[in-house]
Write a protein that binds this ligand. Structure first.
Ligand code: CMC
Length: 427
Protein backbone atom coordinates (compact mmCIF):
# COMPACT_ATOMS: atom_id res chain seq x y z
CA UNK A 1 0.00 0.00 0.00
CA UNK A 2 3.01 2.26 -0.36
CA UNK A 3 3.21 5.24 1.91
CA UNK A 4 0.51 4.20 4.34
CA UNK A 5 0.56 4.82 8.08
CA UNK A 6 0.26 1.62 10.06
CA UNK A 7 -1.96 1.47 13.07
CA UNK A 8 -2.52 -1.40 15.42
CA UNK A 9 -5.22 -1.76 18.06
CA UNK A 10 -6.12 -4.85 20.09
CA UNK A 11 -3.84 -6.93 17.87
CA UNK A 12 -5.55 -5.90 14.63
CA UNK A 13 -3.57 -3.98 12.04
CA UNK A 14 -4.89 -1.17 9.89
CA UNK A 15 -3.35 1.10 7.29
CA UNK A 16 -4.29 4.65 6.49
CA UNK A 17 -3.24 6.75 3.50
CA UNK A 18 -0.70 9.51 4.04
CA UNK A 19 -1.68 12.62 2.13
CA UNK A 20 0.82 15.15 0.88
CA UNK A 21 0.14 18.85 0.49
CA UNK A 22 2.14 21.20 -1.75
CA UNK A 23 4.38 21.96 1.22
CA UNK A 24 4.11 21.22 4.92
CA UNK A 25 3.80 18.08 7.00
CA UNK A 26 2.22 14.89 5.70
CA UNK A 27 -1.31 14.24 6.89
CA UNK A 28 -2.58 10.80 7.89
CA UNK A 29 -6.10 10.36 6.52
CA UNK A 30 -7.95 8.70 9.39
CA UNK A 31 -11.48 9.27 8.13
CA UNK A 32 -12.13 5.53 8.03
CA UNK A 33 -10.53 4.84 11.41
CA UNK A 34 -13.71 4.85 13.48
CA UNK A 35 -15.67 2.78 10.96
CA UNK A 36 -12.91 0.17 10.79
CA UNK A 37 -11.66 0.08 14.37
CA UNK A 38 -14.48 1.53 16.50
CA UNK A 39 -11.92 3.87 18.11
CA UNK A 40 -11.71 7.65 18.02
CA UNK A 41 -8.55 9.73 18.09
CA UNK A 42 -8.06 12.16 20.97
CA UNK A 43 -6.68 15.60 20.19
CA UNK A 44 -8.07 18.39 22.39
CA UNK A 45 -7.09 21.77 21.00
CA UNK A 46 -6.44 20.11 17.61
CA UNK A 47 -2.67 20.23 17.98
CA UNK A 48 -2.21 17.34 15.53
CA UNK A 49 -5.40 17.44 13.52
CA UNK A 50 -5.90 18.92 10.05
CA UNK A 51 -9.58 19.83 9.94
CA UNK A 52 -9.75 20.57 6.22
CA UNK A 53 -7.91 20.90 2.93
CA UNK A 54 -7.13 24.50 2.00
CA UNK A 55 -5.31 26.38 -0.76
CA UNK A 56 -5.33 29.74 0.97
CA UNK A 57 -2.63 30.12 3.56
CA UNK A 58 0.47 28.19 4.57
CA UNK A 59 2.38 28.59 7.82
CA UNK A 60 5.67 26.98 8.72
CA UNK A 61 5.75 27.71 12.42
CA UNK A 62 9.26 26.34 12.92
CA UNK A 63 10.76 28.60 10.27
CA UNK A 64 8.48 31.59 10.87
CA UNK A 65 7.00 31.51 7.35
CA UNK A 66 3.55 32.77 6.36
CA UNK A 67 2.36 32.53 2.74
CA UNK A 68 -0.94 33.59 1.20
CA UNK A 69 -1.53 31.52 -1.93
CA UNK A 70 2.25 31.15 -2.05
CA UNK A 71 3.22 34.79 -1.57
CA UNK A 72 5.31 35.58 1.55
CA UNK A 73 3.61 37.97 3.97
CA UNK A 74 6.69 40.22 4.00
CA UNK A 75 6.42 40.77 0.23
CA UNK A 76 2.69 41.41 0.42
CA UNK A 77 3.13 43.83 3.33
CA UNK A 78 5.86 45.69 1.46
CA UNK A 79 4.40 45.86 -2.04
CA UNK A 80 0.72 45.11 -1.97
CA UNK A 81 -2.48 46.69 -0.69
CA UNK A 82 -5.18 45.21 1.49
CA UNK A 83 -7.61 45.18 -1.44
CA UNK A 84 -5.07 43.26 -3.55
CA UNK A 85 -4.62 40.74 -0.76
CA UNK A 86 -8.39 40.47 -0.41
CA UNK A 87 -8.62 39.71 -4.14
CA UNK A 88 -5.82 37.18 -3.82
CA UNK A 89 -7.53 35.36 -0.97
CA UNK A 90 -11.08 35.53 -2.30
CA UNK A 91 -10.48 35.03 -5.99
CA UNK A 92 -7.26 33.03 -6.04
CA UNK A 93 -4.74 35.34 -7.74
CA UNK A 94 -3.26 38.80 -7.45
CA UNK A 95 -5.44 40.99 -9.68
CA UNK A 96 -4.46 42.50 -13.01
CA UNK A 97 -5.00 46.28 -13.20
CA UNK A 98 -8.49 45.76 -14.68
CA UNK A 99 -9.43 43.12 -12.15
CA UNK A 100 -8.19 45.36 -9.36
CA UNK A 101 -10.30 48.26 -10.48
CA UNK A 102 -13.37 46.03 -10.92
CA UNK A 103 -12.84 44.48 -7.47
CA UNK A 104 -12.30 47.74 -5.60
CA UNK A 105 -15.31 49.21 -7.40
CA UNK A 106 -17.46 46.30 -6.29
CA UNK A 107 -16.32 46.55 -2.69
CA UNK A 108 -16.72 50.32 -2.70
CA UNK A 109 -20.31 50.06 -3.93
CA UNK A 110 -21.20 48.00 -0.86
CA UNK A 111 -19.74 50.25 1.85
CA UNK A 112 -23.05 51.71 3.05
CA UNK A 113 -25.18 49.81 5.54
CA UNK A 114 -28.97 49.66 5.59
CA UNK A 115 -30.17 52.82 7.30
CA UNK A 116 -32.24 50.80 9.78
CA UNK A 117 -29.11 49.07 11.01
CA UNK A 118 -28.30 52.31 12.83
CA UNK A 119 -31.16 51.49 15.21
CA UNK A 120 -29.21 48.53 16.52
CA UNK A 121 -26.51 50.78 17.91
CA UNK A 122 -28.99 52.75 19.99
CA UNK A 123 -29.87 49.51 21.79
CA UNK A 124 -26.37 49.24 23.25
CA UNK A 125 -25.15 51.07 26.32
CA UNK A 126 -22.64 53.78 25.43
CA UNK A 127 -19.99 51.93 27.41
CA UNK A 128 -20.57 48.65 25.56
CA UNK A 129 -17.37 47.01 24.37
CA UNK A 130 -17.21 47.58 20.58
CA UNK A 131 -16.64 43.83 20.10
CA UNK A 132 -20.02 43.21 21.78
CA UNK A 133 -21.54 45.63 19.28
CA UNK A 134 -19.71 43.92 16.40
CA UNK A 135 -21.04 40.46 17.38
CA UNK A 136 -24.59 41.81 17.49
CA UNK A 137 -24.58 44.08 14.46
CA UNK A 138 -22.74 41.70 12.10
CA UNK A 139 -25.10 38.86 13.12
CA UNK A 140 -28.00 41.23 12.45
CA UNK A 141 -26.86 41.68 8.83
CA UNK A 142 -28.54 38.32 8.13
CA UNK A 143 -31.85 40.06 8.77
CA UNK A 144 -31.12 42.80 6.22
CA UNK A 145 -29.60 41.10 3.19
CA UNK A 146 -31.95 38.22 2.46
CA UNK A 147 -30.90 38.20 -1.18
CA UNK A 148 -27.43 36.91 -0.29
CA UNK A 149 -28.08 34.21 2.29
CA UNK A 150 -28.65 31.24 -0.05
CA UNK A 151 -25.35 29.46 0.47
CA UNK A 152 -26.00 27.05 -2.40
CA UNK A 153 -25.83 29.87 -4.92
CA UNK A 154 -22.19 30.81 -5.68
CA UNK A 155 -23.25 34.27 -6.88
CA UNK A 156 -25.05 34.99 -3.60
CA UNK A 157 -22.08 33.66 -1.67
CA UNK A 158 -19.81 36.11 -3.48
CA UNK A 159 -22.20 39.04 -2.95
CA UNK A 160 -22.40 38.23 0.78
CA UNK A 161 -18.59 38.07 0.92
CA UNK A 162 -18.25 41.44 -0.82
CA UNK A 163 -20.86 42.92 1.49
CA UNK A 164 -19.09 41.68 4.59
CA UNK A 165 -15.67 42.94 3.49
CA UNK A 166 -17.14 46.28 2.39
CA UNK A 167 -19.38 46.92 5.38
CA UNK A 168 -17.00 45.92 8.17
CA UNK A 169 -15.17 49.29 8.17
CA UNK A 170 -18.50 51.12 8.26
CA UNK A 171 -19.84 48.95 11.08
CA UNK A 172 -16.56 49.15 13.03
CA UNK A 173 -16.33 52.93 12.68
CA UNK A 174 -19.97 53.25 13.79
CA UNK A 175 -19.22 51.15 16.89
CA UNK A 176 -16.43 53.58 17.74
CA UNK A 177 -18.47 56.70 17.03
CA UNK A 178 -21.30 55.37 19.17
CA UNK A 179 -18.95 54.77 22.09
CA UNK A 180 -17.73 58.38 22.05
CA UNK A 181 -21.13 59.91 21.36
CA UNK A 182 -20.25 61.40 17.97
CA UNK A 183 -22.47 61.22 14.89
CA UNK A 184 -21.90 58.41 12.44
CA UNK A 185 -19.97 59.40 9.33
CA UNK A 186 -21.19 57.99 6.00
CA UNK A 187 -18.65 56.31 3.72
CA UNK A 188 -16.90 58.39 1.07
CA UNK A 189 -16.42 56.24 -1.99
CA UNK A 190 -13.78 58.56 -3.43
CA UNK A 191 -11.40 57.27 -0.79
CA UNK A 192 -9.50 53.99 -0.60
CA UNK A 193 -10.85 51.17 1.56
CA UNK A 194 -8.51 52.13 4.37
CA UNK A 195 -8.71 55.89 3.88
CA UNK A 196 -12.48 55.67 4.03
CA UNK A 197 -12.28 53.72 7.28
CA UNK A 198 -9.96 56.32 8.84
CA UNK A 199 -12.31 59.11 7.83
CA UNK A 200 -15.40 57.34 9.15
CA UNK A 201 -13.53 56.75 12.43
CA UNK A 202 -11.73 60.00 13.02
CA UNK A 203 -13.66 62.47 10.85
CA UNK A 204 -16.75 64.41 11.88
CA UNK A 205 -19.57 65.60 9.62
CA UNK A 206 -18.85 69.22 10.57
CA UNK A 207 -15.35 69.28 9.10
CA UNK A 208 -13.30 68.13 6.14
CA UNK A 209 -11.08 65.21 7.00
CA UNK A 210 -7.80 64.73 5.25
CA UNK A 211 -6.43 61.21 5.24
CA UNK A 212 -2.74 61.20 6.23
CA UNK A 213 -1.00 59.10 3.54
CA UNK A 214 1.53 57.58 5.98
CA UNK A 215 -1.20 56.57 8.43
CA UNK A 216 -3.28 55.20 5.58
CA UNK A 217 -0.32 53.11 4.41
CA UNK A 218 0.44 51.84 7.92
CA UNK A 219 -3.20 51.00 8.58
CA UNK A 220 -3.49 49.20 5.26
CA UNK A 221 -0.40 47.17 6.13
CA UNK A 222 -1.86 46.27 9.51
CA UNK A 223 -4.95 45.01 7.68
CA UNK A 224 -2.74 42.93 5.36
CA UNK A 225 -0.94 41.39 8.34
CA UNK A 226 -4.26 40.29 9.83
CA UNK A 227 -6.04 39.20 6.65
CA UNK A 228 -5.81 35.44 7.12
CA UNK A 229 -3.99 32.94 9.24
CA UNK A 230 -4.93 29.43 8.22
CA UNK A 231 -7.13 27.36 10.58
CA UNK A 232 -6.87 29.53 13.72
CA UNK A 233 -9.62 29.44 16.38
CA UNK A 234 -11.92 32.06 14.85
CA UNK A 235 -11.51 30.75 11.30
CA UNK A 236 -12.24 27.23 12.51
CA UNK A 237 -15.29 28.66 14.28
CA UNK A 238 -16.48 30.26 11.04
CA UNK A 239 -15.96 26.98 9.20
CA UNK A 240 -17.72 24.95 11.89
CA UNK A 241 -20.65 27.34 12.00
CA UNK A 242 -20.78 27.36 8.21
CA UNK A 243 -20.62 23.57 7.99
CA UNK A 244 -24.19 23.35 9.28
CA UNK A 245 -25.38 25.54 6.41
CA UNK A 246 -25.74 28.70 8.52
CA UNK A 247 -25.76 31.95 6.52
CA UNK A 248 -22.47 33.83 6.07
CA UNK A 249 -23.39 36.81 8.25
CA UNK A 250 -24.18 34.50 11.17
CA UNK A 251 -20.93 32.59 10.58
CA UNK A 252 -18.80 35.74 10.62
CA UNK A 253 -20.57 36.88 13.81
CA UNK A 254 -19.50 33.54 15.34
CA UNK A 255 -15.92 34.21 14.20
CA UNK A 256 -16.00 37.66 15.81
CA UNK A 257 -17.17 36.14 19.11
CA UNK A 258 -14.27 33.68 19.07
CA UNK A 259 -11.74 36.33 18.09
CA UNK A 260 -12.70 38.44 21.09
CA UNK A 261 -10.95 36.14 23.60
CA UNK A 262 -7.63 37.28 25.12
CA UNK A 263 -5.83 34.15 23.90
CA UNK A 264 -6.73 35.12 20.31
CA UNK A 265 -7.61 38.56 18.92
CA UNK A 266 -8.05 40.13 22.34
CA UNK A 267 -4.31 39.73 22.96
CA UNK A 268 -3.38 43.02 21.27
CA UNK A 269 -5.50 44.93 23.79
CA UNK A 270 -4.10 42.82 26.63
CA UNK A 271 -0.52 43.28 25.37
CA UNK A 272 -0.73 47.07 25.37
CA UNK A 273 -2.41 47.11 28.77
CA UNK A 274 0.42 44.92 30.05
CA UNK A 275 3.12 47.19 28.59
CA UNK A 276 1.46 50.19 30.25
CA UNK A 277 1.24 48.31 33.52
CA UNK A 278 4.96 47.50 33.34
CA UNK A 279 5.48 51.18 32.57
CA UNK A 280 9.26 51.30 32.90
CA UNK A 281 12.09 49.01 31.74
CA UNK A 282 13.21 48.62 35.37
CA UNK A 283 10.08 46.62 36.11
CA UNK A 284 10.52 44.14 33.25
CA UNK A 285 12.39 41.47 35.29
CA UNK A 286 9.52 41.39 37.78
CA UNK A 287 7.02 40.63 34.98
CA UNK A 288 9.27 38.07 33.33
CA UNK A 289 9.54 36.34 36.70
CA UNK A 290 5.76 36.32 37.03
CA UNK A 291 5.30 34.94 33.49
CA UNK A 292 7.58 32.03 34.40
CA UNK A 293 5.87 31.28 37.70
CA UNK A 294 3.57 28.27 37.32
CA UNK A 295 1.48 29.44 40.30
CA UNK A 296 0.85 32.84 38.73
CA UNK A 297 -1.73 32.93 35.91
CA UNK A 298 0.06 35.91 34.36
CA UNK A 299 1.44 35.37 30.85
CA UNK A 300 3.41 37.72 28.66
CA UNK A 301 0.68 38.90 26.33
CA UNK A 302 1.75 39.11 22.70
CA UNK A 303 4.19 36.28 23.31
CA UNK A 304 3.92 32.65 22.24
CA UNK A 305 1.85 31.05 19.53
CA UNK A 306 0.26 27.71 18.89
CA UNK A 307 1.92 27.41 15.49
CA UNK A 308 4.95 29.73 15.47
CA UNK A 309 7.89 28.30 17.35
CA UNK A 310 10.03 31.04 15.86
CA UNK A 311 9.61 34.78 15.34
CA UNK A 312 6.11 35.50 13.99
CA UNK A 313 6.92 37.10 10.60
CA UNK A 314 4.03 39.53 11.14
CA UNK A 315 5.65 40.77 14.35
CA UNK A 316 8.82 41.85 12.49
CA UNK A 317 6.80 43.82 9.92
CA UNK A 318 4.73 45.31 12.74
CA UNK A 319 7.84 46.40 14.66
CA UNK A 320 9.20 48.07 11.51
CA UNK A 321 5.84 49.79 10.94
CA UNK A 322 5.85 51.19 14.48
CA UNK A 323 9.23 52.81 13.76
CA UNK A 324 7.98 54.25 10.46
CA UNK A 325 4.81 55.69 11.99
CA UNK A 326 6.67 57.17 14.95
CA UNK A 327 9.18 58.79 12.59
CA UNK A 328 6.47 60.20 10.33
CA UNK A 329 4.31 61.48 13.16
CA UNK A 330 7.40 62.60 15.08
CA UNK A 331 6.06 60.94 18.20
CA UNK A 332 7.69 58.82 20.86
CA UNK A 333 6.03 56.40 23.19
CA UNK A 334 7.96 55.10 26.19
CA UNK A 335 5.90 51.94 25.93
CA UNK A 336 7.74 51.08 22.69
CA UNK A 337 11.05 51.08 24.61
CA UNK A 338 9.48 48.86 27.25
CA UNK A 339 8.34 46.50 24.48
CA UNK A 340 11.75 46.39 22.78
CA UNK A 341 13.56 45.73 26.04
CA UNK A 342 10.99 43.18 27.18
CA UNK A 343 11.42 41.33 23.90
CA UNK A 344 15.20 41.36 24.22
CA UNK A 345 15.14 40.15 27.80
CA UNK A 346 12.60 37.41 27.12
CA UNK A 347 14.44 36.17 24.05
CA UNK A 348 17.57 35.76 26.17
CA UNK A 349 15.80 33.97 28.98
CA UNK A 350 16.09 30.14 29.04
CA UNK A 351 12.35 29.75 29.87
CA UNK A 352 11.29 31.53 26.66
CA UNK A 353 14.12 29.96 24.64
CA UNK A 354 13.26 26.41 25.75
CA UNK A 355 9.54 26.85 25.15
CA UNK A 356 10.20 28.64 21.86
CA UNK A 357 8.13 31.66 22.87
CA UNK A 358 8.59 34.64 20.53
CA UNK A 359 6.68 37.90 20.01
CA UNK A 360 3.53 37.39 17.96
CA UNK A 361 1.61 39.84 15.76
CA UNK A 362 -0.12 41.33 18.78
CA UNK A 363 3.01 42.37 20.64
CA UNK A 364 3.63 45.55 18.63
CA UNK A 365 0.26 46.16 16.99
CA UNK A 366 -1.27 47.87 20.05
CA UNK A 367 1.53 50.43 20.17
CA UNK A 368 0.99 51.52 16.61
CA UNK A 369 -2.81 51.50 16.83
CA UNK A 370 -2.62 53.62 19.92
CA UNK A 371 -0.28 56.08 18.14
CA UNK A 372 -2.81 56.34 15.31
CA UNK A 373 -5.45 57.27 17.89
CA UNK A 374 -7.46 54.11 18.51
CA UNK A 375 -8.52 53.30 22.08
CA UNK A 376 -7.52 49.81 23.21
CA UNK A 377 -11.12 48.60 23.06
CA UNK A 378 -11.02 49.07 19.25
CA UNK A 379 -7.91 46.93 18.67
CA UNK A 380 -9.69 43.62 18.35
CA UNK A 381 -12.34 45.26 16.19
CA UNK A 382 -9.61 46.20 13.69
CA UNK A 383 -8.38 42.61 13.75
CA UNK A 384 -11.94 41.43 13.03
CA UNK A 385 -12.30 43.93 10.20
CA UNK A 386 -9.18 42.63 8.46
CA UNK A 387 -9.75 38.96 9.26
CA UNK A 388 -13.20 39.11 7.67
CA UNK A 389 -11.41 38.72 4.33
CA UNK A 390 -9.82 35.47 5.49
CA UNK A 391 -13.03 34.27 7.09
CA UNK A 392 -15.13 34.75 3.97
CA UNK A 393 -12.43 33.26 1.74
CA UNK A 394 -12.18 30.19 3.99
CA UNK A 395 -15.96 29.94 4.23
CA UNK A 396 -16.32 30.09 0.42
CA UNK A 397 -13.61 27.49 0.00
CA UNK A 398 -15.42 25.17 2.39
CA UNK A 399 -18.90 25.59 0.91
CA UNK A 400 -17.55 25.11 -2.65
CA UNK A 401 -15.97 21.78 -1.67
CA UNK A 402 -18.32 19.03 -2.88
CA UNK A 403 -17.09 16.74 -0.09
CA UNK A 404 -18.03 19.24 2.63
CA UNK A 405 -19.90 17.74 5.60
CA UNK A 406 -21.11 19.14 8.89
CA UNK A 407 -18.25 19.45 11.40
CA UNK A 408 -18.92 17.11 14.27
CA UNK A 409 -16.03 16.15 16.57
CA UNK A 410 -16.29 13.13 18.86
CA UNK A 411 -15.29 12.91 22.53
CA UNK A 412 -13.74 10.80 25.24
CA UNK A 413 -16.64 10.41 27.64
CA UNK A 414 -15.61 10.36 31.32
CA UNK A 415 -18.97 10.99 33.03
CA UNK A 416 -21.03 8.40 34.91
CA UNK A 417 -21.99 5.20 33.08
CA UNK A 418 -25.70 4.46 32.63
CA UNK A 419 -27.60 4.56 35.95
CA UNK A 420 -31.22 4.65 37.02
CA UNK A 421 -33.13 7.77 37.97
CA UNK A 422 -33.46 8.28 41.75
CA UNK A 423 -36.59 10.06 43.03
CA UNK A 424 -35.83 13.33 44.84
CA UNK A 425 -36.81 11.99 48.32
CA UNK A 426 -34.34 9.10 47.92
CA UNK A 427 -31.22 11.17 47.02
N1 CMC B 1 3.94 33.72 28.73
C1 CMC B 1 4.46 32.80 29.55
N2 CMC B 1 4.42 31.47 29.31
C2 CMC B 1 3.82 31.07 28.18
C3 CMC B 1 3.25 31.98 27.27
C4 CMC B 1 3.33 33.36 27.58
N3 CMC B 1 2.80 34.26 26.75
N4 CMC B 1 2.72 31.32 26.22
C5 CMC B 1 2.93 30.02 26.47
N5 CMC B 1 3.61 29.86 27.65
C6 CMC B 1 4.06 28.59 28.24
C7 CMC B 1 2.88 27.82 28.81
O1 CMC B 1 2.70 28.12 30.18
C8 CMC B 1 3.29 26.40 28.59
O2 CMC B 1 4.21 26.05 29.59
P1 CMC B 1 4.28 24.51 30.11
O3 CMC B 1 4.67 23.70 28.93
O4 CMC B 1 5.32 24.57 31.17
O5 CMC B 1 2.92 24.19 30.61
C9 CMC B 1 4.05 26.45 27.26
O6 CMC B 1 4.55 27.79 27.15
C10 CMC B 1 3.18 26.13 26.05
O7 CMC B 1 2.06 26.97 26.09
P2 CMC B 1 0.59 26.53 25.72
O8 CMC B 1 -0.40 27.38 26.44
O9 CMC B 1 0.45 25.04 25.88
O10 CMC B 1 0.56 26.86 24.19
P3 CMC B 1 -0.72 27.01 23.30
O11 CMC B 1 -0.29 26.69 21.91
O12 CMC B 1 -1.86 26.26 23.87
O13 CMC B 1 -1.09 28.57 23.44
C11 CMC B 1 -1.12 30.90 23.13
C12 CMC B 1 -0.71 29.54 22.55
C13 CMC B 1 -0.99 31.97 22.03
C14 CMC B 1 -2.60 30.85 23.55
C15 CMC B 1 -0.22 31.23 24.33
O14 CMC B 1 1.12 31.31 23.92
C16 CMC B 1 -0.64 32.51 25.04
O15 CMC B 1 -1.54 32.48 25.90
N6 CMC B 1 0.00 33.69 24.68
C17 CMC B 1 -0.41 34.95 25.22
C18 CMC B 1 -1.64 35.43 24.48
C19 CMC B 1 -1.32 35.92 23.08
O16 CMC B 1 -0.38 36.66 22.87
N7 CMC B 1 -2.17 35.51 22.11
C20 CMC B 1 -2.06 35.97 20.72
C21 CMC B 1 -1.80 34.87 19.76
S1 CMC B 1 -1.31 35.49 18.15
C22 CMC B 1 -2.68 36.29 17.53
C23 CMC B 1 -3.82 35.41 17.27
O17 CMC B 1 -3.68 34.41 16.56
O18 CMC B 1 -4.90 35.73 17.75
Amino acid sequence: MGDNAKFSIDGDNFEYPVLQGTIGPDVVDIRKLYGQTGAFTYDPGFTSTASCESELTFIDGGEGVLLHRGYPIEQLAENSSFMEVAHLLLRGELPTADEYSEFTNTITRHTMVHEQLRGFYQGFRRDAHPMAIMCGVVGALSAFYHDSTDINDPAQRMIASHRLVAKMPTIAAMAYKYSIGQPFVYPDNELSYTGNFLRMTFGVPAEEYEVHPAIEKAMDRIFILHADHEQNASTSTVRLAGSSGANPFACIAAGIACLWGPAHGGANEAALNMLHEIGHPDRIPEYIKRAKDKDDPFRLMGFGHRVYKNYDPRASVMQETVREVFETLKVKDPVFDVALQLEEMALNDPYFIDKKLFPNVDFYSGIILSAIGFPTSMFTVLFALARTVGWVAQWNEMISDPGQRIGRPRQLYTGPAKRDYVPIDKR
